[in-house]
Design a protein around this ligand. Structure first.
Ligand code: BG6
Length: 511
């Protein structure tokens, strides 16, 4: 294989899926924070794990053209600072060998991207024949029209619509033969910041692209444990038999964070916890927990099952079911507006109006500068209605940690060891990265891999997002509750505790 520094040709270190088409990842906003922290490291991980096709190239774009050498340095810097565990010098080498950079594309100017793409498409397919020193073209010769091009929009959300229009105007929404099947576009969150802006953006997107070309990322869906939710349920009678209102008293989806917002105060002050986390991540996870068994494991069935559950969310009741908070000292952070009323904490009680979940509160909580960091889904189980043991039976729970590689925990009533028949609570834990053989992928790497494979199971669709915005909308108007102060390092405003009665929040109870 050639190792020519300037030729984005082959990745010799891994066994790619047989017959995989060559790939070009066009990383828009390639010098931005998201690309640096998440996308570039994920690409390196896919390389290390042998999950990229034989031939691929990374094409960065951004405002103000930089030289290839400067971009290579940027890629190297990203991997040195944020590379996942196990990233090797070989991965760094491979990514930098394949890197290029062009100016940003706009409606009026291609910025060099159409030409660069044409060149890379040609090089990738020429090298297909020449890399092994073949004299004859391969039997099933791969041409430039077979190359899969993924546009990854790692750019500020307000730039999504203009860049989408630019992609259309420059004819980058289709392959050289006019086919849409080889071009995909990845959108980051937030995909809209209100029902109206969501609809406006989606209209622009659908004027330019077919829905099958669109991949809207919600990285909570890519987490190992989130994906395990439906495996756990639909592959195990033990869990599926208790997954309903007859057995579950409460569902808690709790994502407290000790994190500050100082690094991104401008973005955060204009967004807040509810928009940053609830209408996206926590709603999607709630949909994943609540969904009915899909008819098959086909992508469309799984997506529909999750989104049907979201369609059953009752619109939030801000007066009775939502507590917003702001940590003390937030206003003093540079970049935060004076007198800001932005929420850095939200606790909400969500109701799902269907046969399975009627009457079971889904308790959602997240916030910054809280007492601990965790990402936990807990199904608190109802107690034995016969009360054989009286009121002393501790509650049982099924719990998943979504953080890191994920874990499943079962908390159950057991006999306290000893001569008496006293009850105690015991917890068994299964770390999902302990399951052999297997090696978990970080959420972003997993979703990027799905994009390359064209698998849309873990991506959102306009139908699901429309339903999410409908449930969230009451929080956006005059009915939005005032933010209540809370001490940094605490579990949020006291008023949030009342939402989780009678059981109380599982996390933080011991604090
Ligand atoms: C992001 C939010 O989408 O998710 C952040 O914007 C939040 O505010 C982050 O901290 C949490 O995700 P994770 O899984 O990377 O910890």
């Amino acid at each position: 294989m050639t190792t020519d520094q300037d030729t984005p040709s082959a990745t010799p270190t891994s066994a790619p899926p047989a017959g995989a088409a060559p790939l070009v990842l066009v990383l828009h906003g390639a010098r931005g924070d998201l690309a640096r922290r998440l996308v570039i490291p994920s690409l390196a991980t896919l390389h290390r794990r042998g999950l990229l096709p034989d031939r691929w190239a990374l094409l960065g774009t951004g405002r103000g053209k930089i030289s290839r050498e400067e971009f290579v340095e940027h890629v190297r810097g990203s991997l040195e600072e944020f590379g996942h565990e196990g990233t090797t010098a070989d991965d760094v080498e491979a990514l930098t060998r394949h890197s290029r950079f062009t100016d940003e594309v706009t409606v009026d100017s291609g910025g060099g991207l159409p030409e660069a793409l044409e060149e890379v498409r040609r090089e990738l397919t020429e090298s297909d024949r020449l890399a092994e020193g073949d004299q004859e073209p391969a039997q099933h010769e791969i041409g430039p029209e077979d190359v899969v091009v993924v546009h990854y929009l790692a750019i500020p959300p307000q730039a999504f619509a203009p860049l989408t229009e630019a992609i259309g105007a420059q004819g980058l929404n289709a392959g050289p033969d006019g086919s849409r099947a080889t071009v995909r576009v990845v959108y980051e969150k937030p995909y809209g910041t209100s029902p109206e802006t969501f609809r406006e953006l989606d209209a622009v997107v659908h004027r330019t692209l077919e829905e099958e070309q669109v991949f809207r990322i919600d990285h909570f869906l890519g987490k190992e444990a989130t994906q395990n939710l439906h495996v756990m349920r639909f592959a195990n009678e033990l869990f599926s038999s208790v997954w309903d209102r007859h057995h579950v008293e409460q569902v808690q989806i709790d994502v407290p964070e000790t994190l500050d917002v100082a690094q991104r105060a401008g973005f955060y002050d204009a967004t807040g916890a509810a928009l940053d986390m609830v209408v996206s991540h926590l709603f999607q996870v709630a949909g994943q927990v609540a969904m009915e068994p899909p008819r098959h494991l086909a992508v469309s069935d799984l997506v529909r099952a999750r989104e049907d559950a979201i369609a059953d969310f009752r619109p939030l009741d801000p007066e009775n079911d939502v507590v917003l908070g702001q940590f003390e000292g937030y206003e003093d952070i540079e970049g935060v507006a004076e007198g800001s009323t932005t929420d850095t904490f939200i606790a909400a009680r969500l109701w799902i109006d269907n046969e399975r979940w009627r009457g079971v509160p889904f308790l959602l909580r997240t916030g910054k500068r809280m007492a601990a960091s965790a990402q936990r889904v807990t199904l608190v189980l109802r107690r034995d209605p016969v009360h054989l043991f009286g009121d002393v039976v501790p509650a049982s729970a099924i719990s998943l940690s979504l953080a890191g590689d994920g874990a499943i925990e079962l908390t159950t009533a057991v006999k306290k060891p000893g001569p008496d028949l006293d009850l105690a609570q015991g917890t068994a834990k299964l770390d999902l990265d302990d399951v052999h053989p297997g090696e978990p992928l970080p959420a972003y790497a997993s979703l990027l891999h799905d994009v390359l494979e064209g698998d849309r199971t873990l991506f959102t669709t306009p139908l699901g997002l429309e339903a999410a915005w409908t449930a969230f909308e009451p929080l956006l108007g005059d009915r939005r509750p005032a933010v209540q102060p809370y001490a940094p390092g605490s579990w949020g405003p006291r008023a949030a505790d009342a939402l989780a009665e009678p059981h109380g929040w599982v996390l933080g109870r011991e604090a």
